[in-house]
Write a protein that binds this ligand. Structure first.
Ligand code: EPZ
Length: 420
């Protein structure tokens, strides 16, 4: 198994261009099923989750892959779609394969997949997804861990109110309704930028979706979608990750090719910590002082609030801040597994239920730690950059799910990091 070796204590300097967004690329790769022609996706991150999504597409009879002559360019043609079942093995590779449910049903009226199951940040139920699909006329049977969806005629548009503004459920409903009969209205929809990106992609393919990014989204079903060439939005969580690494290690960096407005809530926390973030249209110029201030309370919430995906690596930066910071994780019920690993590095953190209390300590020490999940792993890397001595992070396969060669990104900013 691969590991990251980080020698901490070096301040970061330089600039980095952020990758395309994992959480936009995944639903858009699934959405390509709805277009009967070739789709070209620029700025598609080359990470294990996008490769998993391509394996699923190929297993359904489509052709999907990266164009080796052009970096970060995915080419997908789903005109040869011939199956509607996703194997258990492929489902287990990536929980986000749940997006394929809406796309497959939207295109073929049926889909069979195994229950995506929880992952290490929580149960990850799909009750909201299923309730919505049933309202659109889909028969859903769940037994022995597999889900069978079937709709004899075309799906029909429906008025759907989400009990929680679930990102995945909002995206799945959009995917299922874009070719449905009539109008679908989603109220209490998730507002994440990745949903706007998905709607932009589908509209460019001939869809008719209005209101994405707000709480009410209206989808007018259309007869068919054509292909298109589309650029994936920048990854706001990856951008915030590199800022948190700089806050943790100290230094001054520029994150280029991002959309600063997408990470306003995170930047405001960095500023409470004593960092400075100046922004232009597509760049964050960021500098971090030698010692950080604690932040009274950080609550994770839905967009545009502080994102749950940023909790782990912002906590890592706060481990050496002066004072006590409190986190409340309101989105996932098991997203503090990185705290026990941070304690191995000398952090003083107590986590109980939704709450984690971080008492700042003078220094962290390099240690052997294990990434518990994708963002927790990024948090351990951020902490290791500021620790005295050498850290060894195992479970790099989790980090590779969402970050393109994180070791190259961080070493381009001056970090002493290598993958073994
Ligand atoms: C998406 O997950 C992201 N993943 C997550 O990013 C992100 O943390 C999350 O949205 C919140 O922003 C992708 O986009 C691929 P939700 P998703 O449905 O769609 C509960 C990362 O690190 N819920 O908004 O699964 C659920 O249990 C990943 O990049 C139900 O109860 O998030 C959770 O507590 C991690 N029933 C809450 O809602 C449902 O039917 C938020 O889930 C669906 C969700």
């Amino acid at each position: 198994m691969q590991r990251l070796i980080i020698n901490g204590g070096k301040r970061l300097n330089g600039e980095i261009t952020v990758q395309g967004a994992k959480n936009a690329a995944l639903p858009i790769l699934a959405a390509s099923i709805l277009c009967g022609e070739e789709v070209t996706l620029k700025r598609c991150p080359e990470i294990s989750d996008t490769y998993s999504a391509m394996r699923i597409l190929n297993s359904l009879g489509c052709s999907a892959g990266f164009d080796s002559s052009a970096g970060n360019t995915a080419v997908v043609n789903t005109s040869s779609l011939s199956r509607f079942e996703i194997t258990d093995k492929l489902m287990r590779e990536m929980r986000s394969s749940i997006f394929f449910m809406g796309a497959l049903i939207g295109k073929t009226g049926e889909c069979r997949m195994s229950f995506p199951g929880g992952c290490n940040i929580g149960q990850r139920p799909i009750d909201i997804h299923i309730a919505a699909l049933k309202k659109m006329g889909v028969t859903v049977t769940e037994e022995y861990g597999s889900i069978d969806c079937f709709c004899r005629n075309k799906l029909r548009g429906a008025k759907i109110t989400l009990s929680f503004p679930s990102v995945g459920a909002t995206e799945n409903i959009i995917l299922a309704s874009v070719l449905a009969e009539g109008t679908t209205v989603i109220t209490n929809a998730a507002r994440e930028p990745e949903i706007v990106c998905l709607a932009d992609f589908l509209n460019k393919c001939g869809g008719n979706i209005n209101g994405a990014g707000g709480g009410t989204i209206v989808i007018e079903g259309v007869k068919e979608l054509h292909g298109c060439e589309f650029e994936i939005m920048p990854d706001r969580i990856a951008a915030a990750t590199y800022l948190a690494c700089t806050a943790s290690a100290g230094g001054e960096i520029a994150v280029r090719g991002c959309i600063p407005r997408h990470i306003e809530a995170v930047n405001s926390v960095f500023e409470q910590m004593g960092c400075i973030a100046h922004t232009s249209a597509d760049t964050v110029f960021f500098s971090a002082p030698r010692s950080l201030r604690a932040v009274d309370i950080i609550r994770t919430t839905v967009y545009p609030g502080f994102p749950t995906d940023c909790q782990a690596f912002v906590m890592a930066a706060l481990c050496r801040a002066e004072g006590t910071s409190v986190f409340v994780e309101n989105i996932f019920e098991n997203r503090y597994r990185h705290t026990e690993e941070l304690r191995r590095m000398g952090a003083n953190i107590r986590a109980e239920g939704k709450v984690a209390v971080v008492e700042g300590v003078k220094r962290l020490y390099g240690a052997k730690v294990a990434a518990p999940d994708l963002r927790g792993g990024a948090g351990l890397a951020a902490a290791a950059l500021s620790a005295e001595g050498t850290s060894e992070i195992s479970g790099v396969e989790y980090i590779d799910r969402g970050y393109e060669e994180i070791e190259n990104a961080l070493s381009s900013l001056g970090a002493d990091i290598k993958r073994v």
